[in-house]
Design a protein around this ligand. Structure first.
Ligand SMILES: Cc1ncc(COP(=O)(O)O)c(C=O)c1O
Length: 297
């Protein structure tokens, strides 16, 4: 495996970062998780945009242009001969001293890892999964903006620990006002029908404390193309069926808090039929080919 580290592709064992790097000491940095399907990098431009936005939010000056970093990501994917997988692209604040002042860090560390990752067992994608609502809340925007995809994921890790203790693979995180924000590291969708039987896909607004997910955006776009109305989720109680989404996980269905297992099975079947093309690993990739950045060979 080859890792991109500060401008060079190096063997995995040589990809070493200083213990004085503030990414390691303080979680000071930003990152992206990007899927690769059939040799194509999923919405690379959108991921680069978000990375640059997040870097700006923490006043980190990327050491290269978006185009250069895009090429570095493509080169890493190619070097690892990885037609399907996952890319982790990182800007950390870089090496400094033991104080937290970022001005002591003269140059950000740049890392790209291309690897495979399995989040949920395959059965979960077919049959759904159990989910708990955890007590750990998403951080308030004036404490630590949930829009910043920073290297500090403790908020999510604490939620994940609650999942582990409950023996379930995923959870719902609320914001400080008690509204549904997202899952442990995924956006969440509710598939519901209104009184006239019209299918709707609801998701919490970004202002509820969810990350502006790139998969979220793709799902809403595709749902609209399928004639399923995407709308903003106001109340979890309106939910019948949930579906976490993120680049890392693909899409999976959950019974959330309100659906019985029988409801879940039938809702899942409906959901899968109607949203078949939203399954990232399948036809939708071919259909929506225009939204992918092509990896040069
Ligand atoms: C907190 C959080 N929410 C949502 C997502 C999903 O975002 P995307 O679809 O852009 O991967 C992620 C992805 O890692 C995440 O960390």
């Amino acid at each position: 495996m080859k890792i991109y580290l500060d401008g060079q592709l190096v063997p995995r064992d040589e990809a070493k970062v200083s213990v004085f790097d503030h990414g390691f000491l303080y979680g000071d940095g930003v990152f992206e998780g990007i899927r690769v399907y059939n040799g194509r990098i999923f919405r690379l431009d959108a991921h680069l945009e978000r990375l640059w936005r997040c870097a700006k939010a923490i006043m980190l000056e990327p050491p290269m242009s978006k185009a250069e970093f895009g090429r570095a990501i493509e080169e890493t994917v190619i070097a690892n001969a990885m037609p399907n997988g996952y890319v982790r692209a990182i800007f950390s604040r870089g090496p400094g001293d033991l104080g937290l002042d970022p001005r002591k860090c003269s140059k950000p560390t740049t890392v790209v890892i291309a690897d495979t990752i399995k989040l949920y067992p395959p059965a979960v994608y077919e049959h759904g999964m159990e989910c708990v609502t955890v007590s750990t809340r998403r951080s308030r925007p004036d404490v630590l903006s949930p829009a910043i995809k920073s290297l500090n994921y403790l908020n999510h890790i604490l939620a994940k620990i609650e999942c582990n203790r409950a023996g379930v693979p995923e959870c719902i995180m609320l914001n400080d006002r008690g509204l549904v924000a997202e899952c442990s590291a995924d956006n969440v969708f509710i598939y519901a029908r209104d009184y006239s039987g019209r299918a709707e896909l609801r998701t919490p607004p970004i202002t509820a404390g969810s990350l502006e997910g790139i998969t979220r955006d793709a799902v809403m776009q595709i749902a609209a193309e399928l004639g399923i109305q995407p709308s903003m989720l106001r109340s979890w109680r309106a939910a019948q069926n949930g579906m976490p989404s993120r680049a890392l996980a693909g899409l999976a269905a959950t019974n959330g808090q309100v659906a019985s297992p029988a409801d879940l099975a039938s809702e899942n079947a409906k959901l899968r039929r109607e949203l078949e093309r939203t399954r990232m690993e399948r036809d939708v990739l071919k259909k929506a080919i225009g939204i992918f950045a092509e990896v040069p060979r």
